[in-house]
Design a protein around this ligand. Structure first.
Ligand SMILES: [Zn+2]
Length: 344
């Protein structure tokens, strides 16, 4: 370690569980943050300041003014310029610490690029907003034998779990066991339920602490528990999660998300519309209509479908999860609207 680094990271080195040896490991470590929103910006900022050697940031979106309340790496000029989040994050992180190598990737993580974008790092961090991408990360983590940290926050509530292949349960153990214990309601998204920046900050900070244990090579310090908190009610919980011996992903090693089999089918649907078919959804249209009331316009529904507008788009949703997005021919836009307003 150079003298300048010893000084720069002195307060972290003084922390006995890290010390100079742990800091050396952190400086030589690498991580990837998938999704640079409320969680991703905070966790990326903390890790770069802590001295992670190399950080890749993957995000498909642009900075908008409604991001600034909680996405702490961005400022008004980023929103005015509609900069891609990964690019804006890279600039601000470089200004905070010129030491680490920062790599911005403007892309949607998909089964086609997941192996390439997630390999060659010590750790994967979840800053995404949907379970489809998280299950893809989970598959890739198991296939590539790289640990990852799941995190999610909506409203005043958040949840996180560290997943290490071969050592802990995986996200599929949690989500696909039928109980769906400890997940954020599939129907709630930040665009319908809102989010407190403090809730995202707490969860991202716990993710960053877990990351430091892995990157400093202190796996014995990982608690292995699903941690959740509600910053409004003050209720914090930590629960032990059992591995599912029949788990599709970590036991049977059937990587259906990584192989693309479980992806929603996206098809062009007439002129200027895209159809998304997600499997196994069961929307209560009346309930959905109520939830969308504050964020969408012209919401109408009957027993068979619900239609609402988000100018210039119009979405039509069916109870089984199928949706038609009118106003675009771009599957990425349709998918992003689906994830934002209908959940994932
Ligand atoms: Zn599993």
């Amino acid at each position: 370690m150079k003298p300048a680094e010893r000084d720069r990271y002195s307060r972290q080195i003084l922390f006995a569980h890290i010390g100079e040896q742990g800091q050396d490991r952190i400086l030589a470590s690498s991580a990837v943050v998938v999704g640079c929103g409320a969680l991703g910006t905070v966790v990326a900022g903390l890790l770069v300041r802590a001295g992670v050697g190399r950080l890749r940031i993957i995000d498909r979106d642009f900075v908008e003014s409604s991001n600034l309340q909680r996405q702490t790496l961005f400022d008004e000029s980023d929103a005015r310029d509609a900069l891609p989040k990964a690019i804006a994050a890279e600039r601000h992180l470089r200004a905070a610490n010129s030491g680490p190598k920062i790599e911005a990737v403007v892309a949607d993580l998909t089964p086609e690029n997941a192996r390439e974008l997630l390999s060659g790092v010590d750790l994967i961090l979840d800053g995404t907003d949907n379970f489809e991408t998280r299950l893809l990360i989970n598959d890739a983590s198991l296939a590539l034998n790289i640990p990852w940290i799941y995190g999610a926050a909506v409203g005043s509530y958040g949840i996180t779990l560290t997943i290490r292949p071969g050592h802990t349960p995986c996200l599929a153990c949690l989500l696909e066991s039928g109980e769906r214990a400890g997940t954020i309601g599939a129907d709630a998204t930040c665009d319908t339920a809102g989010i407190l920046n403090a809730a995202a900050g707490v969860i991202a900070s716990i993710e960053a602490a877990e990351a430091l244990k892995i990157l400093a090579a202190k796996p014995e310090a990982l608690h292995g528990r699903l941690v959740s908190c509600d910053v409004w009610s003050g209720k914090f919980q930590s629960i032990g999660i059992a591995r599912n011996p029949e788990c599709r992903a970590c036991a049977r090693r059937e990587f259906t998300y990584l192989e693309g089999e479980a992806q929603p089918q996206i098809t062009m649907c007439g002129r200027n519309s895209v159809q998304i078919h997600e499997h196994g959804r069961n929307f209560n249209l009346a309930e959905l209509s109520g939830r969308l009331a504050s964020s969408a316009a012209e919401i109408r529904h009957n027993d068979f479908l619900l239609r609402f507008t988000l100018p210039p788009y119009e979405l039509t949703v069916f109870p089984d999860g199928r949706a038609i997005v009118k106003g675009t021919q771009d599957p990425a836009i349709a998918r992003s609207l689906y994830a934002r307003y209908l959940g994932a």
